[in-house]
Design a protein around this ligand. Structure first.
Ligand SMILES: [Zn+2]
Length: 181
C-alpha cells in the first residue's frame, strides 16, 4: 500500500501515478468542522483515487464520517453519520474549465498543490445538515419537552380552568357533630 502523502499534495504527480489511498482524520484535526459540533468524538475516513481525465489531473473520492451533534428533535447528543462524494478535475486557469467533462467539478489550482485535509473539511461543511436529527423512526429519539417562548405562550388557546376539589372546611365539624350524636 502506498504511503499517504503529506499535505499539501501535488495532484499532478498523484494523478500521473494513478495513486489510490485512504486517509483518516480525527474530528479535532478539522477545527472549522468542530466549531459546529457538540463534541470532538468521531472521525472521518476519506478514500482518494487520482487519475487523469481529458489530460487534467482528477480526483474521485468518498468521505464517510461520524460527528457528534445535538439532535434538534430530542436534544440528545448523538453520532451523526455523514457521507460525501468527490469528483474533481484540476485546471490551471478558468479558461480550461470548459474542457472538463460535465460530470467532473472543475477546480482552478494554479500550482497543482492541494491540501486534502482542507478539501475534506470543506466537503463536510457543505454537506452538513441545517437541522441535524436522528434518523426518522430511531428508537433513540424521544422528543424533548419544548420550552415555549413568551410569544408562543401568548398564542396558546386559553386553558379551561380546572378547579381542584377543595376540602370542605366544615367536614371536620360535621364529623365532630356526628360523634356527639
Ligand atoms: Zn433525536
Amino acid at each position: 500500500m502506498l504511503k499517504t502523502p503529506a499535505d499539501p499534495v501535488d495532484v499532478g504527480l498523484l494523478s500521473a501515478q494513478g495513486s489510490r489511498f485512504t486517509c483518516h482524520y480525527p474530528v479535532p484535526e478539522l477545527p472549522r468542522l468542530v466549531a459546529g459540533l457538540a463534541g470532538q468524538a468521531g472521525q472521518v475516513e476519506a478514500q482518494f483515487s487520482f487519475h487523469e481525465v481529458q489530460g487534467f489531473p482528477a480526483l474521485e473520492g468518498a468521505l464517510a464520517a461520524q460527528v457528534e451533534v445535538i439532535c434538534q428533535r430530542c436534544l440528545e447528543v448523538f453520532l451523526l453519520p455523514m457521507a460525501a462524494e468527490l469528483k474533481l478535475a484540476f485546471v490551471g486557469s478558468e479558461e480550461d474549465e470548459a474542457e472538463v467533462p460535465a460530470d467532473f467539478e472543475a477546480v482552478v489550482l494554479q500550482d497543482l498543490r492541494l491540501s486534502l485535509r482542507d478539501l475534506v473539511e470543506d466537503e463536510l461543511l457543505l454537506s452538513f445538515p441545517l437541522v441535524p436529527m436522528h434518523a426518522v423512526g430511531s428508537s433513540a429519539c424521544r422528543p424533548a419537552v419544548k420550552v415555549l417562548s413568551e410569544e408562543e405562550v401568548a398564542m396558546l388557546p386559553e386553558d379551561p380552568v380546572v378547579e381542584s376539589p377543595k376540602a370542605n372546611p366544615f367536614a371536620g365539624l360535621k364529623n365532630m357533630l356526628k360523634r356527639e350524636d
